[in-house]
Each structure stands twice: as C-alpha cells, then as structure tokens.
Design a protein around this ligand. Structure first.
Ligand code: CTP
Length: 407
C-alpha cells in the first residue's frame, strides 16, 4: 500500500449493510490507486458482510467504525469536516432514510451531517424497497439538498430475483466520483439534481437485408460523456443508445435501439417528462425504401439493382417544434465537413432547437476519439467556443448552458 502524497484528496467511503458491500472493496481499490487518501466508515451492519481487516488492508489505515473510539480526535466531526468527497456505496434504504432525516446515530450519519463537500450515494437494495414511496421521498430530499444519488442498475439481485436495485459497476461509480471531484467547489451542489435528462448516442443502422445495413461512424462516446457528466451533476439520465459498444455508465437508464425509427420512438417516450433532450446520436437521414427479407444475391452478368432511399423523420426538429413539456431545453449536434459555422447557423434555425453543438468531422476527426472541439450556437444568438479537449469538457459546457436555461 503506497502512502498517499501530502495534500492528497480526502475521500470518505461510507459502506452500509448490504450484500453489495463486497463490491465497495473494488471501488476502494480504484480510489486508493488514484492517489486518494481514503477513510472507510463502515456501519455495524456493513461489518457483518465485509470485516474491518479488509477495509484496513485496502485503504492503508484503520477503518473508522465507532463514535466512541479515539474520542480525543473527535472523529464524529473531524472525518466529515476534512473530507473532499463522501461516497456511500452501497447505500441501503435505512442509510438513505437516516441521512434524509438528519439522524446521527452512528459514525457514518455523523460524518454526513458534518461534511460540507460533495456527497454521492450509490443505493443498492431490492426493487420493492427502492420503489417504496418512503425511499423515493428520501432520495428526492437528498437530491433537493444537492446530493448526487446514483440510480441503481437493473439486473440480478440477491437470490433469484432480478430488477432495479443492483449496485452499479464499481468502475462506473468511481467515474462518478472522479467527475464530481473534478467539478471542485461547483460539485458541492449538484445543479441538475431533481432533473430528468434524455441523451441520444451512437449511430443508427438502416437494414437493407438481414446481413447489411446503412450506418455511420459514430461511436457514441460524446453521448456517453454527456450522460456520465449529467449523473455527476445529479440528473436522472435516460440514454437512448444506437449500436454502441461502451459499458453502461452508472446511474443511467440505457435503452438500446438500432434504427432511426426505433430511436425516434424511444426518444419521444423518454422525453415526455424530461427537462432536457440532447440529440448527440448520428441519425440516418435516409433508409432503404425496401427491406429484402432474404439476403440480396448477386446475379451473374447483371448489374446490381440501385438502392432506393426514403427520408427518415427528423426527430430533433419534431421535438423542437412540439415540446412535450413546457420549458424543455432541446440541444442538437451538427456534424459538418465544410463551412462549419455557416452551416451550423442555418441548421440551428432550421431545426428550431435551443442549442446546437457544431463540430467538424472527417475520417480521422472526432469519431471514435476521446477528444472534441466545438462551438455551441444558441438560439438567442450567443456562441460558446469549446477548445480542443476531452469529450467530458464539452459535455460540461453543454450542461452549463442547459442548466442556465432551466433556471
Ligand atoms: N437528427 C435527428 N433526426 C434525423 C437526423 C438528424 O434528430 N433524422 C439530429 C441529430 O441527432 C443531430 C442533428 O439532428 O442532433 C443534426 O444532425 P445532422 O446529421 O448534422 O443534420 P441533418 O439534418 O442531417 O443535416 P444535413 O445532413 O443536411 O447536414
């Protein structure tokens, strides 16, 4: 165990008593390997699942388990006061309830009351407990106060059940923590907490026959970065992903689609109660007019039949013109190869959205890369240039502009 550097970021890892406590070991490992000084604060129930020795060995310091231990150090106040981030993973229904009600009956809840840094909860429990109005109201209370409460993942739960309630992948919870820490002081209050945002990502594929399709080069990375950043800013995020091969980000409801028609249906449904829609997906403008039920074969001595195309509906223009919710902010992306800004301005007017992120694309630019460079054009005439940098930085700028418009 390498001792963290002087001045290292101080993270408190609160662990409450659920079977997913074992997955917090992996989160702890990632936090310490990134050079953070991590103080684990397990509840008494958490220690029944994973013992003190494991937390001590992985963090390189004793776990803090008791309000009544080392009282001269005043641990019930000091641990929270000196933290740069508190992350509670897993957060049980009981821990969420105690945090929402301001109880201070153990070291973890004392720490939550004294912390003035960003706080992230990663709940894990059975679906019934998660969906219970009591839990949902506690989650809403914590979000209203500016905490990030990451939506649980859907999948296999303890025993034979499946449903919503799984702890997201520790690597993805780590990503949320990394994003929240990167926001610094701005991360103390999650500015999209309580908002529902919909992001589309990837590229649609329009089938020609059972083995062929018309597609595009979009990898989905920019849309996924938008989703990740929105979670770290507290939003409930629905990601409509077209043909992507990226891991599901923590806290994101991922809806997988293939064609433009499927993407349209999923986006319209999800956007019905959304505060914002960001169309980062590359949607095919055209699809083959005819789908061949069997594989198209070549006929010797005869030229292939031309492929006739028909227009797909423009989803961005459709939602912009007929907003399912008053005050909804709609953002489009424009991938351009020439006359980038002029085409962007014309497109913003044509589509009727509030913001249009314009970037230059080509075979070796933007697609599949982790960086991007863009100008965000707004319907009110303003322009925000985003210099070449990580796709997450562009995502932050987009959410800054969206948050300003949501008021
Ligand atoms: N878009 C959409 N539905 C379509 C096509 C595009 O919602 N059928 C959205 C994209 O998700 C993106 C924006 O519109 O946010 C701009 O996409 P782009 O392909 O650049 O624009 P087009 O309208 O296709 O314009 P053109 O191909 O003429 O440049």
């Amino acid at each position: 165990m390498v001792e963290p550097a002087e001045g290292a970021v101080r993270v408190v890892l609160g662990v409450s008593g659920g079977i997913a406590a074992y997955k917090a070991c992996e989160l702890l490992r990632r936090l310490t390997e990134s050079g953070h000084r991590v103080q684990v604060v397990p509840t008494a129930s958490a220690l029944r699942f994973v013992g003190e020795a494991t937390w001590a060995a992985l963090s390189g310091r004793p776990a803090a388990t008791e309000v009544w231990a080392s009282v001269h150090d005043v641990p019930h106040v000091r641990i929270g006061q000196t933290a740069d981030l508190v992350v509670v993973a897993p957060a049980t229904a009981d821990t969420l309830a105690r945090a929402a009600h301001g109880l201070a009956d153990d070291l973890l809840t004392n720490t939550l009351l004294t912390a003035r840094c960003p706080v992230v909860f990663a709940p894990a429990m059975h679906t019934e407990m998660w969906e219970h109005p009591a839990t949902q109201e506690n989650v809403a209370t914590l979000r209203r106060r500016g905490c990030v409460v990451v939506e649980p993942a859907v999948g296999r739960l303890t025993g034979a059940d499946t449903g919503k309630g799984r702890l997201p992948d520790p690597a993805e919870i780590f990503e949320v923590c990394r994003r929240v820490l990167a926001r610094g002081a701005a991360g103390v209050r999650a500015d999209l907490a309580g908002r529902h945002v919909v992001v589309s990502a990837g590229g649609t594929r329009e089938p020609l026959d059972p083995v062929r399709f018309l597609g595009n080069r979009s990898s989905g990375r920019q849309g996924y970065a938008l989703a990740r950043v929105a979670v770290a800013r507290g939003a409930r995020v629905t990601l409509v992903a077209a043909n992507t091969e990226l891991p599901d980000p923590a806290g994101v409801d991922v809806l997988r689609v293939g064609t433009a028609a499927q993407l349209r249906e999923a986006v319209l449904k999800a956007a019905a109660d959304a505060d914002a829609l960001v169309m980062a997906a590359a949607v095919a403008d055209f699809r083959p007019a005819r789908y061949a039920e069997g594989k198209i074969k070549k006929a010797e001595g005869r030229d292939p039949d031309p492929v006739a195309l028909v227009r797909n509906p423009d989803i961005l223009a459709e939602v912009s013109a007929d907003r399912p919710r008053a005050g909804q902010v709609v953002v489009g992306f424009a991938a351009e190869t020439d006359d980038v800004l002029a085409n962007g301005r014309a497109k913003l007017a044509r589509k009727g959205c509030d913001l249009l992120v314009v970037n230059e694309v080509g075979e070796r630019r933007t697609f599949g890369e982790d960086t991007n460079e863009a100008v965000v054009l707004a319907a009110d005439g303003t322009e925000t240039a985003v210099p070449h940098g990580p796709k997450e930085a562009l995502a932050d700028t987009v959410w800054d502009l969206v948050a300003a418009r949501l008021g």
